[in-house]
Design a protein around this ligand. Structure first.
Ligand code: AP5
Ligand code: MG
Length: 226
């Protein structure tokens, strides 16, 4: 199964993407995580991306399209892949379609997480990430057992550079202007599954599974599940 998870900053793409990838045994590809790692390593990719990321702007299309092309060529996806944070512009969506067409592949579902801004700001301001294994926490909603330390690997937790209030606001603007049209693009192909992103993490995960499984059953049986 090949999936896209799309939604505004802080909507839970990373959190839900990890759960879906584990459940469906597919590979999660997060362009944000790949870019942040490149910035940490000081690689050529990181140098190209850092200024845009710090401002809350998008990294140029050709850079992220190149990242996805490289991942698709590596080939270790198990039963498919989940794209988290890509595509974010219509030009990226077109490029993805060309890459998949060349391989005879297609996207099965675009999971679109819907949620209000105030909740997103609360989530982003409290987010903490493990510098070693990438596990994600929230200072209030999902705290680690020991302050500042990852439950899973004992690594130190850090706050993302772009999770400052001013940068968060420009990320929201960029999302509405440039990523909103991507949702329209996939809606016109009948691929968008809108998910209410408010509530406990497990509830949202169950909503996603229900919508995906409902569609699968529909596709197999040729009639809508009752
Ligand atoms: P990216 O890393 O993709 O950031 P984003 O889209 O802003 O989304 P986030 O990762 O901030 O949030 P999320 O939706 O993953 O939420 P999360 O699960 O962490 O991109 C960063 C930057 O990279 C971009 O600004 C751009 O510069 C560049 N970039 C990346 N891709 C690009 C592309 N394709 N083109 C161009 N540039 C690109 O959850 C957030 C917090 O909430 C966590 O603390 C979590 O624990 C908590 N939480 C999650 N769910 C719940 C819940 N149900 N209840 C309470 N708390 C919750
Ligand atoms: Mg994320």
């Amino acid at each position: 199964m090949n999936l896209i998870i799309i939604g505004p900053p802080g909507s839970g793409k990373g959190t839900q993407g990890k759960l879906i990838a584990e459940r469906c045994r597919i590979l999660q590809i997060s362009t944000g995580d790949i870019l942040r790692e490149a910035v940490r390593n000081g690689s050529a990719l990181g140098l190209k991306a850092k200024a845009s990321m710090d401002r809350g702007d998008l990294v140029p299309d050709e850079v992220v399209i190149g990242i996805i092309e490289e991942w698709l060529m590596q080939g270790n996806y198990g039963k498919g892949f989940l794209l988290d944070g890509f595509p974010r512009t219509v030009a990226q969506a077109h490029a993805l379609e060309r890459m998949l067409d060349r391989r005879g592949w297609a996207i099965d579902h675009v999971i679109s997480i819907e949620i209000e801004r105030e909740e997103l700001i609360r989530r982003l301001m409290g987010r903490r990430t493990c510098g070693r294994c990438g596990a994600m926490y929230h200072a209030l909603f999902n705290p680690p057992k020991k302050d500042g330390i990852c439950d899973q690997c004992g690594g130190s937790l850090y706050q993302r550079e772009d999770d400052k209030e001013e940068t968060i606001r420009s990320r929201f603007d960029v999302y509405s202007q440039q990523t909103g049209p991507v949702i329209q693009y996939y809606a016109s192909k009948g691929l968008v599954r809108a998910i209410n992103g408010v509530g406990p993490i497990d509830d949202i995960f169950n909503r996603i599974l229900e919508v995906m499984e409902g569609r699968e059953a529909y596709a197999k049986r040729g009639s809508h599940p009752s």
